[in-house]
Design a binder for this molecule. Structure first.
Ligand SMILES: Cc1cc2nc3c(=O)[nH]c(=O)nc-3n(C[C@H](O)[C@H](O)[C@H](O)COP(=O)(O)O)c2cc1C
Length: 423
């Protein structure tokens, strides 16, 4: 890691924090809301922190647009972003031009704890726009982007990368990113092609290899394969990461970060009606944030995913909503109907038995699936080619992987089916 002694910002030399200093300053967070386009919006970050997240990233912002378009900035950033209700915060940009990246970052340097460069986005739009994981072959450019922020921004620069198939190449790449000046390194343990139907499992072995081989003082975040709070501690222990980042796990269940309350199902698998109401209220309280009102529909679909097949009328109504709908329409068409149907569920005489969470057997990937009632937030296992998530996970593990994993880091003990303590 290069020494961030000082940086020349507005002709004034500013003493910059190193990664470890920054990590200390923001309270050594261990549970991170991932950057998510249209989804890690202000209101969602506030909600996620209430449920145990200790650091949050903004969605990826397009550096050139942010630097040059007032409208883009107004649509994606407001005075509450990065304010005292929204810290600690890392603002993420995608970029392929150091000048635009620096100009964009200057707009937010006083409203965040660090600025992150997205080097992981694998989507077609990133290929077309020449950013994210499509810079993985252009090390000089990546170095220049990071180094420009390292030398000219008041706050530290950080980076989020994907891995290559070849772990030695992944290590050299990570070293280059650190050498350019990145003070936190987040490693998403998937290669660029692992997206959509080919998403599959993140490779914790490669993440761990990087952790072990990089300088010990590197502030290192692991990303991928988090379904339940228990996976967070398992990930930190197995990999030796300083913190764990979650995207989809957090989106479908903000309770995934509630590691200190694993016996309290209302905190770990909150009722969907409670989360919908709470999130709706935060979005209303943050009316200045256009991004949050736009994101609400998609958040509602994800939170309500297990409930909607049982209440298709709510699904149809939600499909008709948009960011222009009034607060009253949102409340009357969605929030109140959800509350009503869940309240009815709790009127059943045998609800105590029905409202149970069961833990399945230990799986080869090192954790266990839970069975969660459909009125509670829960992880989503995407079906791929008609194969449900848990079967896919098993298929994705070759025998060799399983043996390696058993030896390397999995305390394989058969837990059988047990009932989790009730709240
Ligand atoms: C809806 C969504 C939006 C995402 N947007 C971004 C983004 O803006 N920047 C980024 O670096 N990664 C983005 N990602 C990738 C995640 O940050 C994360 O690296 C990936 O989903 C793996 O983590 P997970 O297994 O916890 O989902 C996004 C992922 C999802 C699901």
């Amino acid at each position: 890691m290069t020494e961030p002694v000082s940086s020349n910002t507005n002709n004034a030399l500013v003493q910059k924090l190193t990664g470890p200093q920054l990590f200390d300053k923001i309270g050594r967070p261990t549970r991170i809301v991932a950057p998510m386009v249209d989804q890690s919006d202000l209101a969602w970050r506030i909600l996620s922190r209430r449920y145990g997240a200790t650091l949050a990233y903004t969605p990826m912002l397009h550096a050139k647009l942010f630097a040059t378009s007032k409208k883009y900035r107004e649509d994606n950033w407001c005075s509450l972003d990065g304010s005292e209700v929204d810290r600690p915060l890392v603002v993420q940009f995608c970029a392929n031009d150091p000048e635009y990246l620096l100009a964009a970052a200057k707009f937010v340097e006083d409203k965040c704890d660090a600025v992150d460069l997205n080097l992981g986005c694998p989507q077609g739009i990133a290929k077309k726009g020449h950013y994210g994981s499509f810079l993985m072959e252009e090390w000089e450019l990546v170095h220049g982007l990071i180094n420009t922020l390292h030398e000219n921004l008041k706050v530290p620069v950080t980076a989020k990368i994907r891995i290559f198939d070849d772990r030695e190449k992944s290590l050299s790449y990570a070293k280059m990113v650190l050498d350019a000046g990145a003070q936190f390194l987040t490693v998403h343990g998937r290669v660029r092609d692992q997206k959509g139907q080919k998403t599959g499992l993140a490779n914790w072995q490669t993440i761990k290899y990087l952790r072990d081989e990089l300088p010990k003082e590197t502030v290192f975040f692991a990303n991928g394969n988090i379904l339940y709070p228990e996976d967070i501690s398992r990930c930190m222990e197995n990999i030796g990461a300083d913190a764990v980042m979650s995207a989809e796990g957090n989106l479908y269940n903000p309770g995934v970060f509630n590691v200190d309350h694993t016996q309290d199902k209302d905190k770990v698998f909150p009722r969907v009606d409670k989360i919908i109401r709470e999130y709706f209220q935060i979005v209303k309280d943050c009316q200045e944030s256009k991004a949050s009102k736009t994101a609400m529909k998609s958040h509602f679909f994800k939170i309500l995913r297990p409930l909607l097949p049982h209440h298709t009328d709510i699904r149809s109504d939600l499909a008709t909503m948009n960011a222009k709908a009034t607060w009253e329409e949102w409340e009357e068409k969605i929030v109140i109907p959800v509350e009503k149907v869940v309240e009815e569920i709790y009127q059943q005489p045998d609800i105590e038995d029905k409202d149970e969470i069961t833990i399945g057997e230990m799986q080869a990937w090192g954790g266990s699936y839970r069975t969660v009632p459909y009125w509670r937030c829960q992880p989503y296992f995407r079906p791929v080619n008609g194969i449900t998530g848990d079967k896919r996970v098993m298929q994705g593990l070759t025998d060799a992987d399983m043996n390696k994993k058993r030896k390397a880091d999995v305390p394989l003990e058969s837990s059988g089916k047990t009932k989790e303590a009730k709240a």
